[in-house]
Design a protein around this ligand. Structure first.
Ligand code: NDP
Length: 320
């Protein structure tokens, strides 16, 4: 049942059209240079009102791409549930203005069919994600990781069939090594479901997609590239310059550990902060600008635990 409220999207959301959108590889799709990821801060343990405020702020400022995965939360699945609720309450009239992705590949439910890259897992997971998000289809469905024990063709054909069944419009690959990525690009092209985008970790501290040749391959083959954790989960901002805030990701000691905050790292961040001032940017914007300036990068996929952080990150589009 619909729970519509009085949310009405800002009439100015496309005022900066030319500086916000960028073509995704050689596809017909334009994506915002800054996209919003829902890995953290949108789960069942987070404030629903704050999640909603951040999503509204994003869409009101032209951020049309929202990235999810089956197991985002915690608990698993609850980021999609939050998104589904907001879809029903506020976003339904704008569905066609949004580009929504989800993924399957990591552990989601117990037993042999809730993890990795089998057809059984991917297609069941997609059905579950659609129910949680209260959607008929996603714009983009990803294989979330490479599974060396499942035949690549099985995983890739499941992606093709997700599109053929109308449950996804495009497909993506995340965290696959270069050689399997090359084979995936070929397989998907030959099955008339071209690979839209590759999602990989890229930030000033972690340049693996550049060093491995993945970014170059995407660029040459017309595949878009979206960079996750472009702020190194918050390290490349002012967040940890004066200690570890109690409400920060690092304070949870799970995905971002305090052992990363070495004296050398702090020195690196201080230098970044100084360079940012000289460039007329905030520290976060300086780090995001570096990623966006790499040839072949379509979008940076940021996280945000507040509207203020998102506002800071989005404004990088005004200063690159
Ligand atoms: P970021 O590197 O952008 O880190 C986000 C965190 O940094 C925020 O939660 C916040 O930390 C802090 N932060 C963000 N902006 C600011 C700011 N302006 N000033 C100070 N601190 C700031 O990205 P994530 O690691 O969150 O990843 C982004 C998205 O990428 C995910 O949501 C997901 O969609 C995708 N992803 C995909 C993966 C994959 O395997 N394909 C893996 C990981 C992420 P705090 O919460 O402490 O306030």
């Amino acid at each position: 049942m619909s729970e519509q409220t009085t949310y009405s999207a800002s009439s100015q959301r496309y005022d900066k059209y030319d500086s916000i959108y960028q073509r995704c590889g050689k596809s017909g799709v334009l994506l915002p240079k800054v996209s919003l990821g829902m890995w953290h801060n949108f789960g069942g343990n987070d404030s629903y009102e704050r999640s909603r405020d951040v999503l509204h702020y994003a869409f009101d400022h032209g951020i049309t791409h929202f990235d999810l995965a089956n197991n985002y939360g915690p608990p698993y699945g609850t980021a999609e549930i939050t998104f589904g609720k907001i879809m029903d309450q506020d976003f339904r009239p704008y569905r066609d203005e949004m580009f929504i992705s989800t993924k399957a590949g990591y552990d989601m439910w117990p037993g042999p069919y809730g993890n990795f890259g089998s057809r059984k897992y991917l297609l069941a997971s997609l059905d579950q994600s659609l129910k949680r998000m209260r959607l008929d289809y996603v714009d983009l469905f990803y294989s979330h990781r490479y599974d060396p024990l499942t035949p690549e063709e099985e995983t890739l054909q499941a992606l093709v069939d997700a599109v053929c069944s109308g449950k996804a419009l495009y497909v993506g690959i995340s965290n696959w090594p270069l050689e399997p990525l090359k084979r995936a690009e070929k397989y998907l092209r030959e099955h008339d479901v071209p690979l839209l985008i590759y999602q990989g970790k890229l930030n000033m501290l972690d340049r693996e997609p550049i060093e491995s040749g993945i970014l170059e391959f995407c660029c040459e083959s017309g595949v878009g590239f979206i960079a996750f954790s472009p702020l190194a989960q918050g390290l490349l901002t002012d967040r940890y310059l004066h200690g570890i805030p109690a409400d920060s990701r690092m304070a949870q000691e799970k995905f971002l550990r305090s052992s990363r905050l070495t004296p050398e790292m702090l020195e690196y961040i201080r230098t970044l902060a100084k360079d940012a001032v000289a460039a007329g940017r905030t520290t976060a914007q300086q780090a995001l600008a570096w990623v966006l300036q790499q040839q072949g990068v379509t979008s940076v996929l940021v996280g945000a635990s507040s509207v203020g952080q998102l506002a800071d990150n989005i404004s990088v589009m005004d200063c690159i």
